[in-house]
Design a binder for this molecule. Sequence first.
Ligand code: SF4
Length: 533
Amino acid sequence: MWKRKRTLKEEYGTLGHFLRGDNDCHYLGDLYIEGTNFYRHREWRGVKDTLYDYTQWLNNLSSMVQMVASAPVSCLKGFWEYRWMGSYLGTFMFIDRLFEGYRGPELKIAHMHMYAIVQSLTKRIAYILSHDRRLGASEEKSSKLVPIDEVLPELFMTGFPDLYPVPLQTLPEFIICDIDQHIEPYYIDVAESFGLPADVCSRCAAETGVALDDAFPIVGKAVVTTNMPCNASEATSMFQRRRIGLPDFQITMAMIHNEPAALPFSRKIMEETIAFIEEHYDTKFNWKTFFKGAKRMNEQNQIELEKWDYFKTPYSPLVGIAETLYKLYEWQSVNGADPYYNKVDRKVIKIMRKAYKDKYEPFGGKTRHRAFLWGPSAVYYTDFPTWTQNCWGINIVLNMDSTMGHNMVNTEDPDIAMDDLTRLTEKACMRHMAVGGWDNVNSVWEWATNFNCDMVLMNDNIACKGMLGVHAMMEEQARDLGFHFIFIEHDLEDSRTVSRQDMRNCINQYMSVVMNEKPLDPTIVEFDDSAAY
Ligand code: SF4
């Protein structure tokens, strides 16, 4: 039986603080069940915000129910066939963790963003499973689906309105590794049991394991793969191609994409990609629908650039994972294809404008440091930005995942539009930041300066061959430029090598030893969440 560790009086001080949920310290660690960061009861955020949070929980639940109701047999078969399907049940806990300590506008925006992802993903899962040949769908039924590598922004697919793009790795690997830290180690082990060396990047190893475990849904007539972001992914594409056994075309973009001379090469690849789809799916690229998609994409990017102006101030209620996970999904998987995201963007920017006008400071104004984060998947399953804010008052104002292609695409002239589309596509996730050339990596200082940050947190994937070489140089530059700089070691999708607490300790040590600061919430400095999703 759970017992309160401190009385309500000790925790809230006054009835007013209790009703508003704005107590000085949230003592979040008191809520955790041992070995996890599952709550014993839902977080109390004051009357208004607890009610709002609960309705949003119900909203997400209703999306899940709709998913199963729209394709009950396929979903059941999916749960039976694919190990990764079960991990989606952890979504609710994942969302609870992401928004710990959130109140008012930051909670509202965070839920709007997360619901946009949940409703889109659940529809996608149901649709893909009901067209999956492994689960009994006919070739004819699945012939309009086009599996494409998940790091490719999908804007080019809006030129094929009769086809349905399927970001191949998103369901069984990319999104799910954020929700459940225990799922990818299984697939990594599968890949290694086939002889893949253990020092390979765990994202690539996990994707390979999914392919070898026959855990990718099989849909469509031909696959679009890519060399992005790096040479490890190139090898992964090769393994997937062999296992899936469908004709494929690899979008091999120029590595140093900032170089103007590389554009014609990459543009030719883009044109060949479109020709490949036309040939294999017996269809024609439609510029009219593409321009419509590009207009939506441009609006998303315009709003994003306006958001950046607010990120530079202390008055942005959009922060941390609510910002970066949404942007990542919107850019990579939606990319002009779904008008719902434009609606969300318009609503969110209104809230942000108002918050700026009212000089509203999120998290009760307890932020002590502003940090630019250079971090991939491991920051999501650890809910890292939420924890840095709650524990040490480090506000992650922007993550590298939000800095991908934000160039506008011409919506009238096919010739100019093709150049713009190429520029946008080649800035795939991680390609731009990790292996797209030294200028891109080094721009971290410029980003941090422009967003008024005093700190840079850099994730150090111990198996990313692209980034290992720059370690010492980054340390040197941080010293010269006067930034507080923390490397956070991790093994991306393999939390067995570096645990979540090991990652948090990188911050704990710096904050206590170098900065000599005390935590805002001492109950979450150290806790064991090794058994949690
Ligand atoms: S983390 Fe590094 S090695 Fe892994 S996919 Fe990204 S760029 Fe490639």
